[in-house]
Design a protein. Structure first.
Ligand SMILES: O=P(O)(O)OC[C@H]1O[C@@H](O)[C@H](O)[C@@H]1O
Length: 318
């Protein structure tokens, strides 16, 4: 039977590109929010005997998580034989340890919450800086889409004389990898965060920055403070206006406007979270990852366009 792709409302544009790539019928989730804050989700499609993938990006996870679980359990209740989750942005991954006494370690708690309702998961570059891979968090098959090849393609095609900049030491390996693909120099900035919106950045002296175009690469722009501070320091150092390439366009509050006001020449993001800055389409990579992660189900088997994707975990839910 034809599998079903069921996107939450804001993910409909990505779903329309993705559905033909994975050979699925589209069945959008209707999400009604009552005045008292409760949700009613509706899956008005024949799901009996079918493999179902829900598509929901998990920015603002507190708001999305419960309706998402309701939708997954409803799909099963309506006869779906399997229910997978495509969450191009997976929230809560940054709280992966107890940074102060008594804090919740939210990343494994959120993973445990999700996998109670899903048979497999596909996400894009989760913020796993201290947890080595998704299989430390999930026992269901869970695959990470690696966006680096697409970021490199975009930079090579759109930026003259790029010099890639990672915002902090944690980004070293990742930025080095993208720079190697582009064939350009890179540098890693020094960052100190003392609060949600308190970030200080310093820029090492690098001769390439005197002539090239700085391209700040970051996985997430949330408050935007990291990018704002980096841009301010670069402009003080007399560089060209920087380009910002970000995977996940979280952009809390007026973060996007703040980054532009600080002097960014351009901000581009992937479509893991819908935003006007989306310029890099992840659907071919997501399709390849679904075909591999949901192997054995009816999602069309596709060749992933990139063969160097990170290893993925296998497990069994049932
Ligand atoms: O500075 P904001 O935008 O709030 O947060 C995003 C930054 O915080 C880090 O965890 C991310 O990797 C990124 O560098």
């Amino acid at each position: 039977m034809t599998p079903v792709l069921a996107p939450f409302p804001e993910m409909l544009p990505l779903a329309e590109t993705l559905a033909p790539l994975i050979g699925a019928d589209l069945a959008p989730v209707d999400w009604h929010q009552f005045p008292d804050g409760e949700s009613l989700v509706t899956l008005d499609a024949d799901l009996a005997g079918r493999d179902v993938a829900l598509l929901c990006t998990l920015r603002d996870p507190d708001r999305h998580a419960l309706p998402l679980r309701f939708a997954a359990e409803t799909a099963r209740d309506l006869g779906a034989v399997s229910v997978g989750l495509i969450a191009p942005y997976l929230g809560y991954m940054r709280q992966d340890r107890r940074f102060a006494p008594g804090q919740a370690v939210s990343a494994p708690l959120f993973a445990a919450f999700l996998q109670e309702s899903f048979d497999w998961l596909v996400t894009a570059d989760p913020h796993l800086h201290r947890i080595p891979s998704l299989d430390r968090l999930f026992t269901i098959p869970a695959r990470r889409v690696v966006t680096a090849p697409l970021l490199a393609e975009w930079i090579a095609a759109h930026v003259d004389d790029p010099v890639l900049l990672g915002p902090d030491s944690e980004s070293q390996q990742w930025v080095a990898g993208v720079a190697a693909r582009v064939g350009c120099p890179y540098e890693v900035l020094r960052k100190h965060r003392s609060g949600d919106r308190s970030v200080e950045i310093s820029v090492p002296d690098n001769p390439a920055l005197r002539t090239g175009t700085p391209v700040i690469l970051d996985d997430i722009a949330s408050s935007g403070r990291t990018l704002v501070r980096a841009i301010e320091r670069l402009r003080e150092a007399g560089t060209r206006a920087p380009v910002c390439v970000v995977i996940h366009a979280v952009f809390a509050g007026k973060a996007h406007a703040d980054i532009l006001a600080a002097g960014a020449r351009q901000i581009v993001t992937t479509n893991s979270i819908p935003h006007a800055s989306n310029a890099i389409d992840l659907s071919p990579l997501i399709a390849g990852a679904i075909a591999e992660t949901a192997a054995g189900l009816t999602f069309q088997q596709l060749e992933s366009p990139y063969s160097d994707q990170a290893k993925w975990s296998k497990g069994s839910k049932k």
